[in-house]
Design a protein around this ligand. Sequence first.
Ligand code: ZN
Length: 463
Amino acid sequence: MFRTSISILLLSAATLSAQIMPPPADQQLAHDIYKQFVEIQSGFTTGSTTPVAEAAAARLKAAGFPDSDIFVGGANPKKANLVVRYHGTGAAKPILLLAHTDVVEAKREDWTTDPFQFIEKDGYFYGRGTGDDKAQAAVWIANLIRYKREGFKPDRDIIVALTADEEGGGPFNGVDWLLKNHRDFIDAELALNEGGWGESDGTRKISNNLQVSEKYVINFRFEVRNKGGHSSIPVADNAIYHLAGALDRLSRFGFPLKTNDVTAAYFGQLARIETGPITADLAKVAEGSQDGMQKVAAARPTWNATLRTTCVATQLEGGHARNALPQLAAANVNCRVLPEDSLEYVQNTLKKVVADDQVSITVVGEVSKSPASAMRPDVLNAVKRATAAEWPGLPVLPTMVMGATDGAYLRRAGIPTYGIQGFFFDRNDIRFHGRDERMGVQSFYEGQAFLYDVVKLLAKSGS
Ligand SMILES: [Zn+2]
C-alpha cells in the first residue's frame, strides 16, 4: 500500500514536470547556434542569409561533416542557402528538414530590446527570428550534429536545408532556387518544415499542431478609372464612390462556410480539447453542419478563416488633387483561399459581389497554389509517439494554416511537406513578424527534444 502510493506520487510528479530534455551539452550547442543565427542580420530586404549559411557550415565541419556533404550557394551572393546531407543506409528515400533563415525587418525603436541581440529575460529568448524561423533552423543543425556524435544509422538520408527569402517570396527564394538548380540536393520522400506549432493559452498546453495544408494567396486590384473634371461641378459618376460602394459590399460579404478533410479532423479534435458551450458546435462542424459553422465562425476570427476563403481590402489609392474629381480610385484586396477553391471561382464571386462593371478586378502578381499533403500514417504516428513521450496526454491536431510557407514550393514539386515544430506559443500573443518576438526558454529545449525524436522515428523505415 505504502509502496503503491509512493510510486503514484513519483508518477504524477513525472507527468507534471519532467519532460524529456536533450543532454545539457546538446542544449548548450542548440542555444549557441540559435544565438548566433538570431544575431546575424538577415532581414528580407536589408540583410543577408549568407552569413547564416556559412555559420551553419562551419559548425557542421567542426563536428566532422565532410565538405562533400555540405553545400552553400544561392540565387545571389547575399541570398545563400545551406544544404547538408547525413547519410543513412539508403534503404528508403531521404527526409528533408527545412527552415528559412531570412527574417521580417525589425526596427530597434519599435522594440523593448534590440531585435538583433539574443536576450534571455523572464523565461524567454527575445530577438527577431526567435520564433520565425531560427529556432527550428538551429535545432535542425544541433540535432544533426547529435545524431552523428551518437552514431545513429538511419534507413534514409537526413537532409537539412536552411534557405533564403521565405518572407515575401520573391526572385531569390531558396527553396524555389534549389528545386530549379539542384533538385538532387534536396529531393526527398517527405519534408518537415515550419507552419505547425504547439498551441498554449499562456499557462496550459492545448495541442501540438501538425500542419498538413495551407491556404494560398491572391491579391486583386479593384480599379475605377474616370475622366474626372473640376470638383466645383460634381457628377454622380465618381471613381471614389464606385470604389467605396464596391468595398462596402465586399465588407458585408462572406464566402461560403465549409470544411475539408484536414479542417474537419481539426474541429473534431478541438471539440474534445475546448471547454464550454462551444464544444457542441465544434463537434457539429466536424460533421459538416452549416449551423455549427455559423456559430464557430462567429466565435473566433481564426476559426472563421479556417472555414472559408477570405478577402479583405488592405491598401487604397486615388485622386490626384484636392480640387479635382478623381480619375483613379483603386484598392488592393488580399484573399486567403482554401486549397479547394480556384482562382476563377474567387474572381467570379468578387465580380458578382461588387456588381459594378466600372470596377475592374484584376489579379496582381503571381498566384501559387499548392496541393495539400496526404495525411501519411507514418508522419502522424511519429508525431503522436514523440508527442506522447514529451507531453503525455497532449492531443495532436492536424491543421491548415492561414499563412503561406515554403512548403508550398515543395508540395508543388511533389514532396509532401508537414509543418511540425513542438515549440509552444500563446495563441493570444503570437508575435511572429511583430515586436518583441520571443520563444519560451523551456519550450525551445522541449521542441529540440521532440524534433530529435520525430526525425529519428521517421528516418527508420517501418516505424
Ligand atoms: Zn517563417
